[in-house]
Design a protein around this ligand. Sequence first.
Ligand SMILES: Cc1ncc(COP(=O)(O)O)c(C=O)c1O
Length: 383
Amino acid sequence: MHKGKATRAIHGRRDTEKLGANYPIYTSTTFAVPNSDTYEQDWDTFDFYTRISNPTIRNVEEKLAALEEGEDAALFASGMAAIMTTFLTFVSSGEAIASSRHVYGGTYHLLRDIVPRFGIDVHFLDDDELYDLPQYAPQAKLVHFETPVNPTSRCVSIASVVESARQIGALTTIDSTFASPINQNPLRFGVDVVLHSATKYLGGHSDIMAGAAMGSAAHLRQIRDGRKLLGGNSNPYEAALLDRSLRTLQVRVEGHNRTAQALAEFFETEPRVGAVHYPGLPSSPAHAIASSQMTGYGGMLAIELEDLQAAKTFCDSLDLALNAVSLGGTDTLVSIPVLATHIKLSDEELAAAHVTPGTVRISAGLEDVEDLIADFKQALARV
Ligand SMILES: Cc1ncc(COP(=O)(O)O)c(C=O)c1O
C-alpha cells in the first residue's frame, strides 16, 4: 500500500554513513566504477555521469515518481525541457501531435513555431475535439493537454481524453503543473506521461527552475534516453533545493487551495469583477469535472475586469501581491495574460483561449488571507 503523500514527499533516500535527515548533495559530475565490467551493465542502473544519473537527482526523481504514483520520474532543468524532450522522444518526422489549444503560452509557441521544424505536424484542438480524436486527429501519435488550463483554470476531462486517444492508439501527455501531485494524479486515469514545471508548486518558493516527467518505467526509460542526448538535465544543487521544497509540498498546496478558495469567494461579491474563474466555486463551469478528478481545486484563479486599462490599474495598485509572471510560490502574484504569457497570440487565438484584455491571473500565495483581501479591495477601489 502507498504511504500518504506527505510521507512520500518527506522520506527519500537515507545517508547511511552519517544518518543525516537530509540526503547529501553529490557534486561530482563523474563517479568511478567499481571495475571495468560495470560499464557492461544496463546504464540506467548505476550513477557514473551526472547528465545521465546522479544520486542527489535520483533521490528527488524517486520521490516525484512516488508522488505521482508512477514507476519512475526524470528531472529536467525546466518545465520546457521536460516538455520538449518528451515530445522529441516519442514523435518523429512525418508523424503528428494533437495538442489542446488551451496550453501554457510557451508550450503553444513551441508547438506552433519550433516542433513543425522537425517535420512533425501539429494539430491544435478544442476540448470537444480532444474528446473525439478518431474524427479530428486520427493520425496523431501523441496527444498533449493541460488541466486546469492556464490562465482561466477551466478543466478538461482526463478520462475522456485518454479514452479518445486510446481509440487512435496515441500516447497521452498531460501538463499537470497547475494542480501539483497533491491535487491531481493523472496516471490514475490512464494518462501515459505526466509533466510538471517543477519551477511552480513543486519548488514552491520562486527560487528553483526545474521540470519533471513521470510515468511507467518503460516510458521513462525512453525519456531518460532522450534527455541524455538533448541535455536538458537538472543539477545536484537544484535537486537538493527541490528535495527541501518537497518536504512541505502537502502543507503548502493545502494552504494555496484554501487561500484561492477564499479569494475566489471574495471576488464573486465584488461588483467591479465581471467574472471569477476558479474550479472550486460551485458556480464555475469547471466545478463538475474538477470534482471528478481533483482532490483539491488548486491555488490558481483568474478574474475579469472591464478592460486592459482596468487590469493594469488594478495590478499596479497592489501593495502585497506582486505583478509578476510564474506561479506556485509563497508570494501572491498577479499577471495580465495579454501582456505576458499570451502576448504573441492573435485576437482569434485569445478568444479561443477564453482570455480577454481585462483578464487578471492570480497565483494565491501563503500570506494571511485577510491581508490579501484588504489589498485586493483597495486596488479594486481604484479601478
Ligand atoms: C503550465 C505550465 N507549464 C509549463 C511551464 C514551463 O515551465 P518552466 O518555466 O519551468 O520551463 C509553465 C511556466 O510558466 C507553465 O505555467
